[in-house]
Write a protein that binds this ligand. Structure first.
Ligand code: GTP
Ligand code: MG
Length: 457
């Protein structure tokens, strides 16, 4: 029973949150503090108010409470004095540890993962992202449903909000069988979403437009960059995880040809596995990009950690070999000329820009164009002798790797510049290259079929 029972709802009160960072043996105090600052921003993003925060050394994690008895005795009066509704630790820990901490401290205890899941639940707008978030939450919470999570959700009373959103308390109380059924249903609808995405993707691929994926840590300025380049009108805000969906817009390169630019969900350190798994359909778009733009906030105090987290997630998506351009953003906030000069030499190839203040955008565009041209698709062409103009153009505007004379015309192997793919579509060659069995792989045969019969798929 709460004091307010029977009274009119007067709008949500902000929950009071205290944060505890853990400095493990491998961490410096500074890195633990920076991670805790990020947790503060995460809590802020889901509407909580951080009252106070502390870093403690974690030498010997306790199986029952994670934190040692000594530390707990020190923390208890601090939690009481701050009148906190939520005690949040900057890490993931077991449901048993969570339940014991709640019993001892007398308030709700949350993991970092629960905060991130809650932000996703608050920001999800489309059917796709809502389905993905609900799936991630159910999977995470079902592993913690040994009474602890329910007790935890109840502990805050009717006013508890953070980490109780999404699948509501009622759903949390469903038995495991019900949860399993719901998970299966969500997985099925995600499967439908994935196949719809595949169809859209195929259409884009047929258009021959190269794809450029914008990736990077949350709040790096990805959506601001997409808006700057294409007037896409995507929401860009100073809060973590503004974007949970994928937007694709076409962008004309200085040379005239178009690329598809993709903006998508940002990354964060210790991104929960359940979220990566649930957001596979969204993240998958990146795996089809011909080029990746890694946007990084050049002014972030956690730059190395943020870049490493991005690298790690790209590797887990098997994108580590996709050609990558580092885009150092927010240079309007850097005054030191030496730092500015050095930036493009860090993680090359790289460019330095300000998406907000429109600095370095021309350089960025030419760097993207250069990369797209360099890494254009491989193609084998048979050009009739009366189209020597085309052969000359290919030599000029694409990279011709090999050429030989055949009775019907000139055979060329080239890395095709994207703007030429439509021009030469009718000359794609599927026969054998001299003594080789098959020069052209299945992909080109499929392309050929698609070009002749665009409605076949
Ligand atoms: N000073 C400065 N701020 C920038 C720049 N680019 C983006 N920002 C700000 O950084 C914040 C985050 O920008 P977003 O474009 O939403 O970042 P994002 O990478 O899309 O973030 P998520 O979608 O949350 O992952 C906003 O407040 C922007 O105004 C820049 O070049 N300079
Ligand atoms: Mg965004």
């Amino acid at each position: 029973m709460t004091e307010n029972e029977g009274l009119e709802e007067v709008g949500p009160e902000t929950e009071r949150v205290v944060l505890v960072g853990l400095q493990r043996d491998a961490d410096t105090l500074e890195s633990a503090e920076l991670s805790l600052d990020e947790l503060e921003r995460l809590v802020d993003s889901c509407g909580g108010e951080v009252i106070d925060k502390k870093v403690i050394r974690l030498r010997d994690p306790q199986p029952s409470t994670l934190i040692s008895k000594g530390h707990l005795e020190m923390l208890k009066p601090w939690v009481d004095a701050s009148e906190a509704d939520i005690f949040c630790i900057d890490d993931d820990f077991s449901p048993v540890q969570q339940r014991n901490l709640e019993k001892y401290l007398g308030c709700r205890v949350l993991t970092r993962t629960e905060i991130i899941l809650d932000i996703f639940a608050t920001h999800a707008r489309t059917r796709e992202s809502m389905t993905q978030v609900e799936l991630a939450q159910l999977k995470y919470r079902s592993t913690r449903l040994i009474g602890a999570a329910i007790a935890s959700a109840k502990m805050g009373g009717a006013s508890a909000r953070i980490a109780t959103r999404g699948p509501g308390e009622m759903q949390l109380e469903m038995d495991r069988r019900h949860i399993r059924e719901r998970v299966q249903r969500l997985e099925r609808s995600l499967q439908v979403i994935r196949s719809q995405r595949a169809i859209q993707r195929q259409r884009r691929m047929k258009s021959g437009m190269p794809l450029v994926g914008i990736v990077g840590y949350t709040n790096a300025g990805k959506s601001t960059l997409l808006n700057r380049l294409t007037q896409a009108g995507v929401l860009a805000e100073n809060r973590l995880f503004s974007t949970l969906d994928t937007t694709v817009r076409s962008l004309a390169m200085p040379g005239g040809f178009e690329v598809g630019l993709i903006d998508t969900v940002g990354f964060v350190s210790k991104l929960p596995h359940s979220l990566v798994a649930a957001f596979r359909a969204t993240l998958e778009e990146i795996t089809y990009a011909d080029i990746i733009l890694h946007v990084a906030d050049a002014t972030s105090p956690r730059l190395d950690i943020e870049c490493a987290a991005t690298d790690e997630i790209l590797t887990s998506l098997k994108c580590e070999t996709t050609p990558r351009l580092t885009v150092w953003n927010k240079i309007d906030r850097i005054d030191d000329p030496v730092e500015l000069r050095l930036l493009p030499h860090n993680r090359p190839p790289a460019v330095a820009i300000s998406a907000l203040e429109n600095l370095g955008i021309a350089e960025l565009l030419s760097a993207v164009e250069k990369m797209v041209l360099e890494h254009g698709h491989m193609a084998t062409l048979l050009i009739p002798y009366d189209r020597y103009d085309l052969v000359a153009r290919l030599h000029r505007e694409s990279q011709v790797l090999d050429s030989r004379d055949a009775p019907e015309g000139k055979l060329l192997r080239c890395r095709l510049a994207p703007h030429l793919s439509a021009v030469v579509a009718e000359y794609l060659y599927t026969g054998a290259w001299d003594d080789e069995e098959e020069v052209v792989d299945e992909a080109y045969e499929e392309t050929q079929e698609d070009l002749q019969n665009p409605d076949s798929r």
